[in-house]
Structures are given as C-alpha cells and as structure tokens.
Design a protein around this ligand. Structure first.
Ligand code: BYC
Length: 330
C-alpha cells in the first residue's frame, strides 16, 4: 500500500517524498495494519477527517431515530411496537458510542451538537426523507440498515482504534435491525394485495435514497483518496454501492418486489448487477438542506436540545456539588 501510494497517489494525497519523517512513520503504521490510539501522534488532517466522519455518523444515528420514532405509536402489533422501540433505542446507543469515540480526538460533545444544530456538520441524507406508511419501517430496516452494514462492517478494521471498536458493537445490532426490516417486508409481501402494494411503494421511494447513502460517485468524491490511504474508509463509495446492489437485488426478487430501475440486470461478464445511478442533483439539493424533511429534522433536534437544558443544568449542578463535597472531605 505504501509503495503503491508512492507510485500513484490519489489526488491531494501526499506522496512519501512530500511527507516529513513523522508523517512517513505514521503512514507506515497504518500500512502495517496497526491501530492508532488517542494519545498517539497523528497528522492534524487525519484528526480533522475522523472528527468529521465519526461526528457525521453519530449525528446520523441520532437524527435517524426520528423517521422511525414516527411509527412507534402506530405499529400494527405489540410485538412490532416492542421491536421498533428497541431498534430506535439501539440507534441512540450507537450515537453515544460514536460521540465517545469522537471525544477521544479532542472535540467536546457540546461542540459536536452545536455543529449539528447550526448546520455546520452533516448527517446522512437518507434521514431527510419521510416515512409515510408502516411498510417504510420494513424498507428502512431492510435497505437503510442494509446499506449501513455494507459500509460499516469494513469500518470495524478502520485504523483509528476507538472508532473500530465502536463499530464492532454497532454492526452486531445493525444486522439484527436489517433482519427485522426484511421480516416486516416479508410479512407484508405475503399479506393482502394492498399490503404488498404498500411494500412495493416503500421500495420505490427508498431505493435511490438508499443508493445515495454511500456518497457521490468515486469521480466526485472529495475525501475518498486520502481517507482510504489512511484507512479511515476501507472501500470506495462506488464499490460499496455495487456490493449493496448485488446483495439486495436477489432479496427483492425473493420478496416478489420490483426494484424501480429498468436497467437493473445481472451481468454475466462482470458477475455483478448493472444498475442506474441515483439522481445526483437531488442528492446535492438534500445536502444543501432542501430535502423533503431537512428543516423538520433539524428543528426537532434543536427543540430537543433546548427542552433538555434544565436536565443538563441539573446534572451539572449535581456533579459540581458532589465534586465540592469530595474535595471538602479530602
Ligand atoms: N449524506 O468525499 P465524500 C446510519 C458528503 S447510516 C450526507 O465521498 P466521505 C444509520 C460528505 O460528508 C449513515 N452527506 O465524503 C442507519 C462530504 O461533505 P463534507 C451514517 C454525505 O466522507 C440506520 C461530501 O458529501 N453512516 O447512521 O469520504 C439507522 C463529499 O463526499 C453523504 C456513516 O456516516 C450522505 N449520504 O464519504 C440509523 C458511515 N455522502 O463532509 C442510523 C461513515 C457524502 O466535506 N461515513 N456526503 O462537507 C462514511 O463512510 C463516509 O463519510 C461517507 C461519505 C461514505 C458517508
């Protein structure tokens, strides 16, 4: 890998000759598969990229609770309600593991929340789409968690120790979520005609937004080359998207549903599925804040933050009181 970088570095990626001795030693550790830990030296840009990616990921988990939370009170059975409640709670836990991992890089949780609430930091585009029917709970679990797993399983081997370790736990839970979603889809597809139509409609609306989760195509990806050299990302956006389509197309066939893409077909030569790209203009509009639910999602998070102020103040006052009492006793 190191030798490969020297020969053909990606755009913006420093060659060995351009690195100083400390950077070269750091890159050698990465290439040797060593984990970087919080107290180790790291280039400022490595730290910054990690804070951006882990922070964005943490925000996605937290904002990702909103489209599903919408259906907790309307789940069709007690069992479905309990499962959905547990899933939404798991997402909060994932957010917390990831905020903790980001904090080890020297950014505070308050700073991260502030960046989310002021729109300086992103969260995944997928959560700016509405969940209109119960079938959307199936489609989100099957497709959105399915896409998340595709991206996150390789991240268990990412170079930054706290991020890699957080990902191990997250992936175990995400794969359960994916199965839960697929089970909802299976039940609806084996139900009445109206239920199957609802499942098809959910697939129609969530297919392309799920493909967008992997980020822009490789030629337009800003960060991939450097992030892959640093093993902050393990695979390119297009490779992961292709893997997701390869895994999901047979599942749709099993369900008796049609992926809304006329070009989708198994290619015998490549042994992969050919498929249509998502509408990238729509993707960039969602990133700019113009998706169907951007404003609503952000307002909900801002309101939760201000409504929770008295709880935070109470907790901090309690912590201060205990600290003072301990100091007096000592
Ligand atoms: N949404 O250079 P690129 C989950 C931005 S799943 C929003 O390729 P990078 C969950 C990108 O940030 C979702 N923004 O970027 C699942 C950059 O803008 P900035 C969370 C996106 O970082 C189920 C610009 O576009 N998963 O949490 O190398 C239930 C150029 O892109 C998106 C993760 O975050 C997008 N879809 O690659 C509940 C996984 N795509 O920052 C919760 C970890 C791109 O320069 N993250 N952008 O302003 C990653 O693997 C990478 O960050 C990405 C993007 C593949 C997402």
């Amino acid at each position: 890998m190191y030798a490969q970088m020297v020969k053909s570095s990606g755009e913006g990626v420093k060659t060995a000759g351009e690195m100083d001795a400390q950077e070269r030693a750091f890159q050698s550790r990465i290439d040797a598969g060593e984990k970087i830990e919080p107290k180790d030296w790291m280039p400022a840009a490595y730290r910054k990229t990690l804070i951006r990616q882990i922070g964005q990921h943490a925000h996605s988990e937290i904002v990702g609770q909103l489209p599903e939370g919408n259906w907790i009170t309307r789940a069709p059975t007690l069992e479905r309600k309990a499962n959905l409640l547990a899933k939404v709670q798991d997402e909060a836990g994932h957010g917390l593991y990831l905020y903790c991992a980001a904090e080890t890089l020297g950014v505070s949780r308050d700073e991260l929340f502030d960046m989310l609430h002021t729109g300086k930091m992103k969260y995944s585009s997928i959560f700016n789409y509405p969940t209109l029917t119960w079938a959307d709970m199936g489609a989100v679990g099957w497709l959105v968690d399915g896409a998340a797993i595709m991206n996150q399983v390789p991240l268990q081997r990412t170079s930054y120790g706290p991020y890699a370790r957080a990902m191990v736990r997250i992936c175990k839970e995400e794969s359960f979520h994916q199965r839960q979603g697929f089970h909802i889809m299976m039940t609806m597809c084996n139900g009445s005609v109206a239920q199957k139509e609802m499942a098809q409609d959910a697939l129609n609306r969530f297919w392309y937004p799920s493909l967008m989760m992997f980020g822009p195509s490789d030629k337009d990806s800003v960060h991939s080359a450097q992030s892959m050299a640093w093993k902050i990302k393990m695979d390119s956006n297009d490779d992961l998207r292709q893997r997701f389509v390869n895994a999901t197309a047979p599942q749709a066939e099993f369900l008796g549903l049609t992926i809304p893409d006329d070009k989708l077909a198994f290619n015998e030569d490549t042994q992969q599925y050919d498929f249509s790209e998502p509408d990238w203009e729509e993707f960039y509009e969602v990133l700019k804040g113009n998706g169907p639910c951007n404003r609503d999602r952000l307002e909900t998070r801002q309101r939760a933050w201000s409504d929770g102020e008295w709880v935070r103040e109470g907790m901090m006052a309690h912590a201060d009181k205990r600290r003072n009492a301990n100091q007096t006793a000592a």
